[in-house]
Design a binder for this molecule. Structure first.
Ligand SMILES: C[S@@+](CC[C@H](N)C(=O)[O-])C[C@H]1O[C@@H](n2cnc3c(N)ncnc32)[C@H](O)[C@@H]1O
Length: 348
């Protein structure tokens, strides 16, 4: 088996953007355990977008079974709407200055949006969990701002978006990603960046993405990837949801999307290393093949935000979750230092 380290250096060095192209049923697509297990691939087209891979796209394929989603009972202290609300009550003050430079740079954003195929200025686009509008700034380079809606559950994040000049004409809406206030068959593009990790029921959010898109419309969901290094995995599980790549694909396919693709992204100074996970680690796209609602039937919402909570339990969860988040603020600094110290061309 290739270790994650050698996989990173042999496949992901330099610009590490890959696209996993699914042409198979979910049961034939998986990784074992929490590490990517490249030995098992047999049918996934890995299409490279980076400089080092442009010339040689590769088809690898899995023969293992789909790992089941991790149970909802895992701690993930901030993967709830109320906690996410309070988390962003404070984080929104420094979000653009602290979070984006380490995890979500303009380069990464533009590469992640490229598969969204924002090819026409008149497209109707919804940016779900749009927050301070950092990703929306990438969208309005290609689409007229008046056609773009930024939706978020945090009025504090949206207040920051409202202040941005290029977003002045965007519609700004407070709402829930799992219950979108848009009609069925409404948008040409659905974009969501770095928000799924807070959704208590990600499958429901992706089903909503399907519903609100027009026939032939495309969803582009950008999100974190699960770490493989044990300590990072521990803090990831304490903080919020870091899905595995195959979970994204499974959620998209279950919602009814076709032509599902996954492109890897990451800050340049990581040199393709993914063992600590990435808060913005992949861009997943899918096309809506038929008009109307998603064929997927789901029960009631997982989280009832109206239910009273014990304030001490809430505070305890919140503080533990925020502490785990701090670990991931330090990781990009650690990787940056390694990038400075280790000679170029050598794995870090
Ligand atoms: C990491 S920020 C990403 C913001 C923005 N998309 C960007 O690229 O910078 C995550 C955002 O998701 C929002 N969010 C979390 N849960 C949500 C939900 N259930 N519905 C809508 N927005 C949500 C948060 O309020 C926050 O603004």
């Amino acid at each position: 088996m290739l270790s994650e380290h050698s996989m990173a250096s042999s496949m992901l060095s330099g610009t590490e953007n890959l696209t996993l192209v699914r042409g198979i049923t979910p049961k034939r697509f998986s990784f074992t355990g929490s590490d990517l297990n490249w030995k098992h691939f047999s049918n996934i087209g890995v299409v490279s977008h980076g400089t080092s891979f442009r010339a040689r796209s590769k088809t690898l394929a899995p023969n293992c079974t789909l790992s089941s989603a991790r149970p909802a009972s895992q701690p993930r202290f901030i993967q709830h709407k109320k906690e996410a609300f309070w988390f962003y009550r404070f984080l929104s003050i420094v979000y653009d200055h602290v979070i984006n430079p380490g995890h979500w740079t303009e380069d990464m954003r533009d590469e992640a949006l490229e598969p969204a195929d924002l090819s026409n200025r008149n497209m109707i686009v919804v940016d779900v969990g749009g927050g301070t509008g950092f990703t929306t700034l990438g969208i309005v380079k290609h689409v007229d701002a008046k056609n773009v809606t930024i939706l978020d559950q945090s009025p504090h994040q949206l207040a920051k978006a409202k202040q941005k000049e290029p977003l002045k004409e965007c519609k700004i809406v407070e709402g829930d990603a799992e219950d979108l206030p848009f009609p069925t068959d409404y948008a040409d593009r659905y974009v969501s960046a770095g928000s799924i990790e807070y959704w208590p029921d990600p499958q429901r959010g992706i089903k909503e993405a399907y519903r609100v898109l027009k026939l032939g419309g495309k969803a582009c969901l950008i999100g974190p990837v699960y770490p493989t290094f044990w300590l990072s995995r521990f803090f990831a599980d304490v903080w919020m949801l870091f899905p595995k790549e195959e979970e994204y694909i499974e959620w998209f396919e279950k919602a009814g999307f076709k032509d599902v693709k996954l492109k890897r992204i990451g800050p340049k100074w990581y040199r393709g290393v993914r063992r600590h996970g990435l808060i913005m680690g992949c861009s997943v796209t899918g096309v809506k093949p038929a008009s109307g609602d998603s064929p997927l039937q789901l029960g009631p919402k997982a989280e009832d935000v109206e239910q009273p909570v014990n304030p001490f339990v809430f505070l305890g969860r919140f503080l533990l979750g925020a502490m785990a988040a701090t670990y991931f603020v330090l990781i990009p600094i650690y990787m940056w230092l390694k990038d400075q110290i280790v000679p170029k061309g050598r794995p870090i």
